[in-house]
Write a protein that binds this ligand. Structure first.
Ligand SMILES: Nc1ncnc2c1ncn2[C@@H]1O[C@H](COP(=O)(O)OP(=O)(O)OP(=O)(O)O)[C@@H](O)[C@H]1O
Ligand SMILES: [Mg+2]
Length: 447
């Protein structure tokens, strides 16, 4: 990711020289000769660093700096001036300028200052821990934490498996954030969402004019993740032809953008996830064995929530406190009843479903202490399939339809209305699910 720098100076010639010099160094530069426009941009758009002249007509660089401090206390600002005075220098430091350059200066001095400040910024950002919190102290989770600590600083490919909603993406992010690649991008790719015909161009990029519709050069996902981590989610859904293309880049570490003559070298760590059993898929002929060997150098298997009952309470408490803060609710605690209901439930949608249920309970709460009546848990699939026949008898076909509708609705709810995930939760194909949605006239908006 290119760092974005805003440069403000009413001396247009110098402004353009600075812009070019920084662009050559690979920064994205937005230049303004009008300080008001510059400040407006800073307030409304993202930027990593501001460089501003001090004396300008209408507004000074010190005004700009103090405006920035109100909004973004941490944003680095470099001030430049041709009129040095002890007073302005003191004010600049007091307001928290990161550096102060006297004109005329060498461009190399400016560049050095910029790169120092931005390096420090990205180091701090990586340190100030975007590392996601993984809640749980079951033996399974502790073992997983240990594996993560062990493999984060390597470049090995990891396969993360587990049912829908067990935390596969969270684990992938955590590995990235704990790795030396943390200051570069983490790029998640949902493999099942890329049409087969576009796979190469999406992953490896393409050259302008390489096929109809390629009106510009396109940077592929490998390029976007350069230096960082590419997270191939739902890798079990890749068609066989595409698997071969992926295998090639994993094997030689090089790839060729569509329409390009040369190869690009890739410096990307690959993490993969799937809710399928890939060994089974290999047996069925749906997944290449050689690709499986490549990607599961280390496998992290996330157990379903129902198999680590001990973590349910911890997770629930964590989500209660998180969502109380987020939704401005004063929730003190929850009754033993509440936790008992949670721990007896089977959680087909795993942690995602637990999280959604708690968020809903927090929003809809009746008092400062949550109790079981605040929870709305759909009857689990097992319970609804063990119906007993009432004395009055029951029309079988109709009852089966009702059970099916209820289960489909539950699956849609617990996957947040995601059809592919709901289908995989139900163990049916997407097409089969579509057919049933149509048959029972179930719409997403009903969820
Ligand atoms: N151990 C955990 N501690 C805290 N939050 C968690 C934990 N595991 C998962 N979560 C939360 O649960 C939700 C679902 O996790 P995530 O998206 O990583 O699951 P997934 O396995 O990738 O699901 P899917 O297969 O449906 O894509 C996220 O909001 C995540 O932050
Ligand atoms: Mg996921």
């Amino acid at each position: 990711m290119k760092s974005k720098i805003v440069v403000i100076d009413d001396e247009i010639k110098l402004l353009k020289v600075i812009k070019r010099a920084l662009e050559i160094d690979g920064y994205e530069v937005y230049d303004f000769s009008n300080p008001f426009e510059g400040l407006d941009f800073i307030k409304t758009r993202e930027s990593d660093l501001v460089i501003s002249d001090i004396r300008m007509s209408g507004m000074t660089g010190l005004d700009i700096l103090s405006n920035i401090r109100d909004l973004y206390p941490e944003k680095p600002v470099i001030l430049m001036t041709a009129y040095s005075s002890v007073d302005t220098a003191i004010t600049a430091v007091k307001l928290g300028a990161s550096d102060y350059l006297l004109k005329p200066f060498e461009l190399s001095d400016l560049k050095e200052s910029v790169s120092k400040i931005l390096d420090k910024k990205s180091e701090n950002e990586a340190k100030s821990s975007n590392i996601p919190t993984i809640i749980g102290n079951s033996a399974e989770i502790l073992k997983i934490q240990e594996i993560i600590d062990n493999i984060s600083d390597t470049d090995s490919t990891i396969l993360i498996t587990g049912e829908s909603g067990t935390g596969k993406e969270l684990i992938a992010k955590c590995i990235h954030q704990k790795s030396p690649r943390a200051s570069h991008a983490f790029v998640p790719v949902n493999c099942s969402a890329i049409p087969e015909s576009l796979f190469e161009s999406e992953m490896f990029g393409h050259k302008k004019g390489s096929f109809t519709g390629a009106i510009m050069d396109k940077k592929g996902l490998f390029k976007e993740a350069e230096g960082g981590t590419l997270f191939l989610d739902e890798i079990g859904d890749l068609p066989l032809a595409t698997q071969a293309k992926l295998l090639r880049v994993l094997q030689d570490g090089t790839y060729r953008p569509v329409g390009a003559s040369g190869q690009n070298k890739s410096n990307v760590r690959i993490l993969c996830a799937t809710n399928k059993n890939l060994a089974e898929e290999v047996k069925k002929g749906n997944f290449r064995e050689d690709l499986l060997y490549r990607i599961n150098v280390v496998e992290i298997e996330l157990p379903p929530l129902r198999k680590r009952n001990g973590d349910i309470k911890l997770l629930a408490e964590y989500f209660i406190s998180y969502y109380s803060k987020k939704h401005n609710r004063k929730i003190k605690s929850a009754t033993p009843d509440f936790f008992e209901l949670l721990s007896n439930y089977k959680w087909p949608g795993n942690i995602r479903q637990l999280e959604n249920s708690i968020e809903r309970a927090v929003i809809m709460r009746k008092s400062e202490i949550l109790d079981s009546s605040d929870l709305r848990l759909p009857t689990s699939i097992e319970e609804s399939s063990s119906l007993t026949i009432p004395d009055t008898g029951l029309p079988l076909a109709e009852t089966i339809d009702k059970v099916e509708i209820s289960i489909i609705n539950q699956a849609l709810k617990s996957t947040g209305g995601n059809y592919s995930k709901a289908a995989s939760l139900l163990g049916i194909t997407r097409q089969n699910l579509n057919y049933k949605l149509h048959k029972y006239n179930i719409r997403k908006e009903d969820q």
